[in-house]
Ligand binder design. Structure first.
Ligand code: MTE
Ligand code: HPA
Ligand code: MOS
Length: 774
């Protein structure tokens, strides 16, 4: 990759700070930590009905089983039995009287080994009085639409009048599936009791501060008694933003009760059954448009299966609406969310956080219009792109629209026009030859809003120590989950102090060093913590500069921090020597840093504001082959052009784009969650839940960053967030499959595939279109 900025060329060589540890198996995950003497192991007992009251809970056989030290039920919780992240008191740690979903934790067994705890848990006798079930969005709507939190409405203009006045209208319903996080490392908590009321937790959470508060509430101790530590996660993807709270609380309650360390690590099946997933949605949409394919009005209702409690469903369904326009201007619009309560596990954050379930609806609307007006889908996409100065449905002005340039560059670099014609020709030839193979191609854009929509989460802290030997420790509020956050922070600090990155060690995230942090989420880890770390580094640099000015009789402009040394007029001082001198001169070599994102504000009731500091953009072109006899498909080629502003680390950023893309295609192709009609999840292991394999990746996969882009807002080094936005580029594969399917009816009918487009669904869509065309 070519870089105009020398700093970027160097940065491109900076690999993930834990890369060697990852590939050699030396990286410490929570399960690798040596246990304290006398540590115990916990196992959860899960509900076997989806909705009911507990008539009898007989744990005598469990208590009597070999190796069992005791059991915990709701009655053993010294403090609050709730881990609701929004303080709703609707998320019990252990079910108390009622069970709300199949797989809900009811009790915990504490034993000398994990295996003994697990065997003992199976001996429980639980009798239930079953209650009626509402399992999915459709049933919830039919039952009157009980909501876990209040929905939101975004409105601009007069959508009803504009709809009626539009030359053409179309309406449809789109079912969009959920997704399991399938992080490689599952949920895990190790709680170690200390003296008095103290509790130390080692865990794999995206949100140490929230775990700290939840454990404090559960134990009925102040937050200052609880320390939460995260060295790294083996993937989180949103599944560890809130879901770790329960596991940490159970371990901590047991550790408090028996005054021994307790570890809780569910197996994969229990992890999948008992923790929340991406929300599936049923979306009803109506669009008014003209013969040219221009949108006049959109009215949409997003019905989400939220599960039994609120968790983060309000923010998730809000974000779905915030992205219901994707990159397109709706002159008049009304979007509404319906966060529905169901007797299923409480759904939670997952990469994109509702955004994907908004974006894909905008893309469905575009496809509908394209097929209805007989145009290339890309032409309809272009015709409806935002122009600078236009308002989103939430009344934020779009000011940095770079998609026309991104689309131009990608269209020409991937040869979209010629390849689309080749696809049409190929399909005609296959049709004539009686072959079942069809091809499809689609080029789709993404526009993703960056910032937590709850404005107060957009803050971060950092703590830097320069030791007297010149080595540096950096700590900040963010957690490492593979995305390379610590590497980027180390780069930022190294550059600020003009030192070699080898001097810098980013230490585990801990509530002891940086308090009151936000979840590492919303793709904002580097934006927020990078700025806080920069602030701390600049404080130390200013102190060192002041010291040198006095000591060497120079002025600040004669001082340069670069190349791992410091120049002060004529003098060149090694950084470690400066650290030693400053220490001897009693200069404070430790500093905190802080950052709060400027400019953002949001009034949810009014549906107006500027929830996002800026937008990240991207586009992907995907080509697929579909076997119309079996419904199976192959991703032949993918070209991505993605905007990360000025990249801090192009290697990491490209890795994020590739990983997000593949995860996005998994969501829309093979990953299917199935609950049976008793509310039992039937897809709780890799045998029944299929994430993309290496062999499913695109045969040709060209990923480029838009090297000319820089963030118009003053983000850290003018970079942009990258974690979530490229997830939605996987939608191009979904639309390409749709294109191939549409070929069987001469491209005259929109394929209306539901997601995920499993081979079965593709086959059924082919049959439907053949039937309609006949
Ligand atoms: N990349 C890896 N390797 N593992 C992960 O768990 N999570 C994603 C994304 N990329 C994830 C990842 C999600 S959901 C988010 S919000 C961001 O990383 C969070 O990290 P960041 O804000 O530092 O980008
Ligand atoms: N994104 C991700 N996680 C969150 C958000 C958000 O907007 N709000 C609360 N948690
Ligand atoms: Mo990511 S879903 O914001 O953890």
């Amino acid at each position: 990759m070519k870089h105009d900025h020398p700093a970027l060329a160097a940065a491109a060589e900076t690999r993930h700070e834990s890369a060697e540890l990852h590939v050699t198996g030396q990286a410490d995950y929570t399960d690798d930590l040596a246990l304290p003497e006398g540590a115990l192991h916990a196992w959860l007992g899960l509900s076997t009905v989806a909705h009911g009251t507990i008539r009898r809970l007989d744990l005598d056989a469990v208590r009597a089983a070999p190796g069992v030290v005791g059991v915990l039920t709701a009655a053993d919780i010294p403090g609050r039995n709730d881990v609701s992240p929004i303080g709703r008191n609707d998320d019990p740690i252990l079910a108390d009287g009622a069970v709300m979903f199949h797989g809900q934790p009811i009790f915990a067994v504490i034993a000398e080994t994990r295996d003994l705890a697990r065997r003992a848990a199976a001996l429980a006798r639980v009798d239930y009085n079953a209650l009626p079930l509402v399992l999915d969005a459709e049933a919830a709507i039919a039952a009157g639409g009980d909501l876990v939190v209040e929905g939101m409405t975004l409105r601009r203009g007069d959508p009803e009048a504009a709809m009626a006045a539009a030359p053409r209208q179309l309406a449809g319903r789109f079912a969009i599936g959920g997704q399991d996080h399938f992080y490689l490392e599952g949920q895990i908590a190790l709680a170690i009791p200390g003296e008095r009321d103290e509790m130390t937790i080692f865990t794999s959470t995206q949100h140490p501060t929230e775990v700290q508060h939840m454990v404090a509430h559960a134990l009925h101790v102040p937050a200052n008694a609880v320390v939460v530590n995260v060295r790294r996660m083996g993937g989180g993807f949103g599944g560890k933003e809130t879901q770790m709270n329960l596991f940490c609380c159970v371990a901590a309650i047991a550790a408090r009760k028996w005054r021994r360390a307790v570890k809780l690590r569910p197996d994969r099946d229990d992890d999948m059954i008992a923790t929340g997933k991406r929300h599936d949605f049923l979306v009803d949409y109506t669009v008014g448009f003209d013969d040219g394919g221009r949108i006049h009005a959109v009215i949409g209702d997003w019905h989400a299966r939220c599960g039994f409690s609120a968790d983060l469903s309000q923010a998730v369904t809000d974000r779905a609406l915030f992205h219901g326009d994707n990159a397109y201007y709706y002159p008049a619009v009304r979007l509404r969310s319906h966060p529905l309560r169901t007797n299923t596990v409480s759904n939670t954050a997952f990469r994109g956080f509702g955004g994907p379930q908004g974006v894909i609806v905008a893309e469905r609307i575009i496809e509908e219009i394209a097929y209805a007006t007989g145009q290339d889908t890309l032409a309809v996409r272009r015709a409806n792109l935002y122009e600078n100065g236009q308002l989103t449905p939430y009344h934020q002005t779009v000011e940095d629209m770079i998609l026309p340039r991104l689309l131009d560059e990608l269209e020409s670099s991937c040869g979209y026009g010629a390849r689309r014609q080749a696809v049409l020709d190929f399909n005609a030839r296959m049709d004539a030859a009686g072959s079942p193979i069809r091809r499809g191609i689609a080029l789709t854009p993404v526009k993703f809003g960056i910032s937590f929509t709850a404005t107060h989460f957009n803050q971060a802290g950092a703590l830097i120590h320069v030791y007297a030997d010149g080595s540096i420790q950096v700590n900040h509020g963010g957690c490492e989950m593979g995305q390379g956050l610590h590497t980027k922070i180390a780069q930022i600090v190294a550059e600020a102090l003009g030192v070699d990155i080898a001097r810098i060690r980013v230490t585990r995230t801990t509530t002891e060093k940086v308090p009151n942090t936000s979840a590492t989420a919303a793709s904002s880890g580097t934006d927020l913590n990078g700025m806080a770390a920069l602030d701390a580094a600049e404080t130390i640099k200013a102190r060192l500069t002041e010291f040198l000015c006095a000591a060497r009789k120079v002025t600040p402009d004669q001082i340069r921090f670069a190349g791992d040394r410091v120049t002060a007029g004529e003098d060149v001082i090694a950084f470690e020597d400066l650290a030693q001198l400053a220490y001897l001169a009693r200069v404070q070599l430790s500093a905190t840093g802080f950052y709060a994102t400027p400019k953002i504000h949001w009034d949810r009731k009014a549906g107006r504001g500027r929830p996002f500091f800026y937008f990240a953009y991207g586009a992907a072109c995907s080509e697929v082959s579909v076997d119309t006899l079996s419904g199976e498909y192959v991703i032949e080629r993918v070209d991505v052009l993605h905007d990360v502003g000025r990249s801090i680390n192009p290697a990491l950023d490209k890795g994020q784009v590739e990983g997000a893309f593949v995860q996005g295609t998994g969501w829309l192709t093979s990953e299917e969650l199935v609950w049976d009609d008793t509310g039992r999840l039937r897809t709780h292991a890799p045998s029944t839940y299929k994430i993309p394999l290496a062999s499913d990746r695109p045969k040709v996969f060209n990923v480029r960053l838009a090297e000319w882009s820089e963030n118009p807002e003053a983000t850290v080094k003018r970079s942009k967030a990258v974690g979530e936005p490229p997830f939605m580029l996987g939608i191009s594969v979904f639309e390409a499959i749709g294109h191939a399917v549409a070929s069987v009816a001469g491209y005259r009918i929109a394929p209306r595939l539901d997601a995920p487009a499993t081979p079965e669904r593709v086959l059924m869509a082919v049959g439907r279109l053949r039937g309609a065309a006949a």
